[in-house]
Ligand binder design. Structure first.
Ligand code: UDP
Length: 313
């Protein structure tokens, strides 16, 4: 196959490129490097099956030659990023999805949208099944990401129904692992970097809010299988083991022996109180289940961050 991955220099996009290349496919990777880093694809730049194009997919997207797949992963994805880049976030989720869908249609390619658990907002149904429509505040600060992705899902379904485009929608839950940025702002990267530097871990709010963390190799395997499946409706791709933020902090302290302690900071507006995927559909349709425990995944992530922190900026 010959596929286009947008957001290829991001955390997930770069691991997804590795996965396609590992199976002998050709990857064209696009990224405007707004939140992505060329470091994430540096190891691929000499690979004949990989082409990097620096480009903003909110403009008309052109790719020479045939394409079998378009995987749209471009977007700021950390709350810190999309709060700082609200218009970019709305544009890449709406216009960027439109442009890449148009490309897929022109090439007769399958399209996969990187959607998100944020479409469920601060959920009133727990755990979240794909049939749940969510509880999103459209005018709150997180609305820029949540509504962009909800619009993107609607657009993908319209291209599927109206143009008979072959489409997939992945609802990605919290994912962590190597290639996260140290100042990404998300909880796993913050805690790992803080603990390794002997600084206090910053728990926002009470720490009783929950998330369900998926290690990146599991996440990418689920996404790869979804792309190859025939499931058109959204599929939750995440690890269903739920933890409080407190528990995550305690585990990071235990694994690092950090003596920096813990501080509490204000809870961001509209921060979801709970989040846990129901992955029945992924299990049934993709034969997929996460394999890596939080402890094991954190050890690999801590190893990555300790090397990164040892390097000069
Ligand atoms: N959080 C925290 N300390 C941090 C960063 C995040 O307590 O240094 C909390 C945040 O308020 C949220 C959870 O951890 O409840 C997950 O936040 P993250 O930014 O990783 O992603 P989200 O799941 O909110 O999109």
């Amino acid at each position: 196959m010959r596929v286009l991955i947008t957001g290829v220099a991001g955390f997930l996009g770069s691991h997804l490129a590795d996965r396609f290349l590992r199976d002998g496919h050709e990857v064209i990777g696009m990224d405007n490097l707004l939140t992505g880093s060329i470091d994430n694809v540096q190891h691929l730049l000499g690979n004949d099956s990989f082409t990097f194009v620096r480009y903003d997919v909110t403009n008309y997207v052109h790719v020479n030659g045939p394409l079998d797949g378009v995987l749209h992963f471009a977007s700021p994805a950390s709350p810190r990023d999309y709060l700082q880049l609200p218009i970019h976030t709305l544009k890449v989720g709406s216009i960027g999805t439109h442009k890449t869908l148009g490309l897929a249609k022109a090439k007769g390619a399958r399209f996969l949208l990187a959607s998100t658990s944020e479409v469920y907002g601060d959920p009133l149904v727990h755990p979240q099944q794909e049939s749940y429509w969510g509880n999103v505040n459209p005018v709150g600060p997180r609305g820029v990401y949540d509504e962009a992705k909800r619009f993107a899902e609607a657009l993908v379904m319209a291209y599927h129904r109206h143009h008979e485009l072959d489409t997939r929608i992945a609802r990605i839950f919290n994912t962590y692992g190597p290639r996260m940025r140290k100042h990404d702002g998300r909880v796993v990267s913050n805690f790992c970097v803080q603990a390794l530097q002997g600084e206090p871990l910053t728990i926002y709010g009470s720490g009783k809010q929950t998330r369900s963390f998926c290690f990146v190799s599991d996440e990418v395997e689920g996404l790869y299988r979804l792309f190859q499946s025939d499931e058109v409706f959204p599929v939750n791709v995440g690890n269903p083991t739920e933890h409080t933020v407190d528990e995550l902090a305690q585990l990071v302290v235990e694994l690092t022996g950090s003596k920096g302690g813990i501080v509490h900071e204000e809870l961001p507006e509209d921060d979801p109180k709970v989040r846990q995927p129901d992955i029945t559909r992924a299990r049934e349709k993709l034969g997929w289940d996460p394999q890596i425990s939080l402890r094991e995944g954190l050890l690999q992530t801590l190893e990555y961050f300790s090397v990164l922190l040892g390097q000069a900026d």
